[in-house]
Write a protein that binds this ligand. Structure first.
Ligand code: ZN
Ligand code: ZN
Ligand code: FE
Length: 764
C-alpha cells in the first residue's frame, strides 16, 4: 500500500476495545459509522469486549478512529483499546458478525436514566409508545438491576417473561434502529404494565388510569409507594407540608432530610443553587441525588430538610417519574422505601407487606427488579463530584487499580456496607448495601456478593476484611474458608484514596472518621498515617479521650462534650451553667466521673467524628442525634454561613509521634460563648482549628518523611468546609493533595482499599 500523502491509500486495521462496550449499542454505532465512511469489514462481540476490522482510505480510517474515541454511544465506557495494521482483504460492505469465544473481560452496564430520544417519544401522541412507562432503547434504561445472568441477553434479564411483539422485533433486528439489540425494549403490546393498588393490595386501577389516579392521589396529599428501577420509593408532594409531616410520622424519621425529585432542570434551579457540575450530574445518565444549597425562595416544605441549608435533589430518571411529574408537580419527596434502617424494598410481595403501614397506595408493575440499588448521593467539591453514596447509575462500574491481582473479594466495613470484587486490574465496587447491623441487610449483602460474582464470573481465591472481628462483613469473610487478609480500617481508607487516584509507593494519609479498630486495640478516627499498599505506620493522631458510655456516646453527643469538658476542668465541668452539664443529677455526676476516671464503659478513642459531636453539643447545636453524622452535618451547615479570622487553641505533644490535644479548644469555646460570640462564627472557628491542627501535623510529617503526596479519606471528608480548609492549607505548604472522586470517602469506599492492600500482597 502506498501512501500518496492525501489520505487516499487503502489500509486495513484491527481494533480491540474493552470496557462497558456490550449491550450499550456499540456494534450498531460502529456499523453506522463504518457505512457512513464507506469502510468495509466487520464488528463482533468477544468476551474481552468488541473486535473490529475495517478497511478503507487512510483518511476514512482516521475519521473512524476519531469517532471511536470521541463519539461513543452514551452508555459506553472504554477502558482500553488497541489498533494494529493488518493485510488487506478482498471484501465488500460492512457486517455485524456473531459473537466469538475467547478470554473474558466482562463488564456490566449500570442502570441509566431515560434518554432524550425516548423522552420525546414518551410525550408524542403519534408514537406507539406514547405514555408507555417502560419505554427504553440501546442508549438508556435499566441494566444492572434486571440482569439475572450472563451473557447479557433478553432471556437472562427480568424481561424474559415478555417476548417481543413483531413491531418490537423489527426494531430489535434493524442495525440502523436505535433499539437494535436493546435487550429491555418493550411496547404497550408486549411489555410490562402498570397497576395501582391500595394499601391492602386491592387493585384500584390499571394502565394509564393507574397513572392518572396516582397523580390525583399525590395531589390530594396521599403517600404512594412507587416501584422504580432499583427499588421502591415513597412519594409525596414535596410542597404539601401536611403530606410530608405524615410521611415523617409513618416512616419514624424525625429529622433526616428527604431527597426530592424536581420536575425538570428549570424547576431544580428554583429549588437549589446549582453550579455547572451540579447540573451536569443531575442531567447525566447516572442521575444521582445531588446535594446543593437551598435556593432563597425554595418552594419545598421546610419539613423536607429541617435545620439544614442543603437539599438533596434529583431529576426524573425512569419514564414513570416523568409521567407522574410533568405539568403536575414542582417536586415530589422520593425517599427510599424502607422502615428506618432496613434495606430498601424491591420485591413486590415484600414491599406490600413491609410498607402497608406507611403507604396509602402502591404504583406497581410486573417487571421484576433483580438487583436492589438505592439512589446514588453526591455533592460537588471544587468543581468535582464527591460521593456520599455510590449505588444506582454507577455500580458496578469498575475502578482501575494501578496493578493487576488474582481474583479476590473485599468485604468492606460495617456502616455503609459495600464490597469489592477484583479481577486483574478491574476493581468492581458494589452498590451501597446499607449498615450491616441487622439480618435483612446482611442477607442482601450475601445475595449481592453471590449475584455480582456470578454475572462478572469472578471466583475469588482470597478475601479481605476489616480488622474488627465482630463486623458482620468480617464474619462473612472468615466463613468463606478462603485465605483471609485483615486490613486496619484507616489503612484501608488510605489505600482506597490511593487506588482510585492511581498512586503507588508511599504517601501521607490524613484519615478522619467516626470509628475504626486500631492496631493497638483502641478506637481510632483522627489519624495521620504514612504508608502504601504494603503497610503503614501511625505517624500522628488526635489525643485519645474516653468515649463516655460506649455506643451511647455516638447517639448522645452531649456525653462527648462532657468528656472533653471534664478533661479540661475536672469536677468543675459538672457545675458549669451549660445545658450539657445540667443533664446529670448529683448521683449521675459521680457515676459519670468514675466512668471517665476508671475507663468503665468508656473506651479510649481518637475519633475526629466524636470531636465534632462534642463541639456541636458544647455549642448547643445538637445534644442528641437521630441519624449518623447529624451533629457534624448541622455544625458544618451553620459554619458555612459564617467566615472570618481566628481559631481556638490546641496543643501538639511531641513524643515518638505528634499527638494533637484539643482540650484547650473547649475552654476557648466556653470563653467565646461567655463573651456573646455568635454560634455560626464559633462553629466556623472550630472548623478552622481542626484544619490548622491537621495542616500543622501533616507538614511536620512531610518534613520528617520527605513525602509530599497527601491523601484525604474517612467520613469526615464529606464535610466540604473542613476539606476546603485543609486542602488550601496543604496546598500553601507545597504539598500535593488527592481526594476521592470515584468512591465515597466514608466507609462505603473502604472495600476498594481493602482490595488494593490484599491484592498487592497476593500479587507478590
Ligand atoms: Zn432511550
Ligand atoms: Zn412490542
Ligand atoms: Fe471509616
Amino acid at each position: 500500500m502506498a501512501d500518496d500523502g492525501d489520505g487516499k491509500a487503502i489500509v486495513r486495521r484491527r481494533f480491540l476495545v474493552s470496557g462497558i462496550v456490550q449491550g450499550v449499542g456499540f456494534r450498531p454505532f460502529v456499523f453506522r459509522r463504518a457505512c457512513e465512511l464507506d469502510l468495509s469489514g466487520w464488528v463482533r462481540n468477544i468476551p474481552a469486549g468488541v473486535e473490529i476490522e475495517v478497511q478503507g482510505t487512510a483518511g476514512a480510517l482516521f475519521a473512524f478512529r476519531h469517532a471511536l474515541a470521541h463519539e461513543l454511544p452514551p452508555l459506553a465506557v472504554v477502558t482500553s483499546s488497541s489498533a494494529e495494521d493488518i493485510p488487506l482483504l478482498p471484501e465488500r460492505g460492512f457486517t455485524i458478525l456473531p459473537s466469538a469465544d475467547g478470554e473474558k473481560n466482562i463488564q456490566v452496564a449500570p442502570d441509566s436514566a431515560l434518554c432524550g430520544d425516548c423522552l420525546r417519544e414518551l410525550f408524542d401522541p403519534a408514537d406507539r409508545r406514547y405514555r408507555y412507562p417502560f419505554i427504553t432503547c440501546t442508549n438508556c434504561g435499566p441494566r444492572y438491576s434486571i440482569i439475572t445472568a450472563i451473557p447479557y441477553d433478553r432471556p437472562r434479564t427480568t424481561m424474559a417473561a415478555f417476548p417481543l411483539c413483531p413491531d418490537c422485533l423489527l426494531e430489535y433486528d434493524d442495525p440502523a434502529n436505535r433499539r437494535f439489540h436493546a435487550q429491555p425494549i418493550a411496547c404497550p403490546a408486549c411489555g410490562p404494565q402498570l397497576r395501582l393498588l391500595d394499601h391492602a393490595a386491592n387493585p384500584v386501577a390499571e394502565l394509564d388510569d393507574a397513572l392518572t389516579t396516582a397523580v390525583e392521589l399525590l395531589r390530594a396529599g396521599q403517600i404512594l409507594a412507587v416501584k422504580g428501577i432499583g427499588g421502591y420509593h415513597l412519594a409525596v408532594d414535596a410542597c404539601n407540608p401536611e403530606a410530608v409531616r405524615r410521611l415523617r410520622e409513618r416512616k419514624k424519621r424525625d429529622e433526616k432530610p428527604f431527597a426530592v425529585m424536581a420536575a425538570d432542570l428549570a424547576t431544580a434551579q428554583r429549588l437549589a443553587v446549582l453550579g455547572d457540575m451540579e447540573e451536569r450530574l443531575l442531567t447525566g445518565p447516572e442521575s444521582p441525588i445531588v446535594i446543593a444549597p437551598k435556593a432563597p425562595d425554595c418552594p419545598v416544605s421546610p419539613l423536607v430538610a429541617p435545620a439544614n441549608g442543603w437539599l438533596g435533589l434529583m431529576l426524573p430518571y425512569a419514564p414513570i417519574h416523568h409521567l407522574l411529574m410533568r405539568d403536575r408537580f414542582k417536586a415530589l419527596v422520593m425517599t427510599s422505601a424502607n422502615v428506618s434502617d432496613e434495606p430498601v424494598a424491591f420485591e413486590d410481595n415484600d414491599a406490600l407487606r413491609r410498607l402497608s403501614a406507611i403507604a396509602d397506595f402502591f404504583l406497581v408493575h410486573d417487571r421484576p427488579i433483580h438487583v436492589r440499588s438505592d439512589d446514588s448521593v453526591m455533592r460537588v467539591f471544587q468543581g468535582k463530584p464527591l460521593f456520599y453514596r455510590r449505588a444506582r447509575g454507577y455500580a458496578p462500574r469498575a475502578v482501575r487499580l494501578p496493578f493487576g491481582t488474582p481474583p479476590l473479594l473485599a468485604a468492606g466495613a460495617e456502616l455503609k456496607g459495600a464490597f469489592c470484587l477484583v479481577q486483574g486490574e478491574q476493581a468492581f465496587l458494589s452498590q451501597h448495601i446499607g449498615d450491616l447491623q441487622n439480618s435483612s441487610t446482611c442477607d442482601s449483602f450475601r445475595l449481592a456478593i453471590r449475584h455480582l460474582s456470578g454475572i462478572l464470573e469472578i471466583a475469588p481465591r482470597s478475601v479481605a476484611c476489616d480488622l474488627h472481628p465482630d463486623y458482620l462483613s468480617s464474619i462473612h469473610a472468615a466463613e468463606s474458608g478462603l485465605p483471609l487478609t485483615r486490613v486496619q480500617h484507616h489503612h484501608a481508607h488510605l489505600a482506597a484514596c490511593m487506588a482510585e487516584n492511581g498512586l503507588d509507593g508511599a504517601v501521607i494519609g490524613i484519615i478522619f472518621d467516626g470509628a475504626g479498630l486500631g492496631s493497638d486495640a483502641t478506637i481510632w478516627g483522627g489519624e495521620f498515617l504514612v504508608g502504601g499498599y504494603d503497610g503503614f505506620q501511625r505517624a500522628g493522631n488526635f489525643l485519645p479521650v474516653p468515649l463516655a458510655g460506649g455506643d451511647a456516646a455516638v447517639r448522645e453527643p452531649w456525653r462527648m462534650a462532657l468528656s472533653w469538658l471534664y478533661r479540661s476542668m475536672g469536677e468543675d465541668a459538672f457545675n458549669l451553667d451549660h445545658p450539657v452539664a445540667r443533664r446529670l443529677n448529683d448521683t449521675e455526676r459521680g457515676i459519670f466521673a468514675a466512668m471517665l476516671e476508671r475507663g468503665i464503659n468508656a473506651p479510649l478513642t481518637s475519633s475526629c467524628g466524636r470531636l465534632f459531636d462534642a463541639a456541636a453539643a458544647v455549642l448547643n447545636v445538637r445534644h442528641t442525634v437521630s441519624y449518623d453524622g447529624q451533629a457534624a452535618i448541622e455544625l458544618e451547615a451553620l459554619a458555612e454561613t459564617a467566615q472570618g479570622p481566628g481559631a481556638y487553641s490546641f496543643g501538639i505533644a511531641a513524643g515518638e509521634r505528634p499527638v494533637i490535644d484539643f482540650t484547650p479548644l473547649f475552654a476557648d469555646i466556653l470563653a467565646d460563648m461567655a463573651a456573646g460570640a455568635g454560634t455560626a462564627a464559633m462553629a466556623y472557628r472550630f472548623h478552622a482549628t481542626v484544619a490548622r491542627a491537621a495542616v500543622d501535623v501533616c507538614t511536620r510529617i512531610a518534613g520528617n518523611s520527605g513525602l509530599d503526596r497527601v491523601v484525604l479519606s474517612g467520613g469526615v471528608f464529606q464535610n466540604r468546609l473542613l476539606t476546603e480548609m485543609i486542602y488550601t492549607g496543604l496546598l500553601d505548604r507545597g504539598l500535593q493533595i488527592f481526594t476521592h472522586r470515584l468512591v465515597p470517602p466514608n466507609d462505603g469506599g473502604i472495600a476498594l482499599g481493602q482490595a488494593a492492600i490484599a491484592g498487592w500482597q497476593e500479587r507478590r
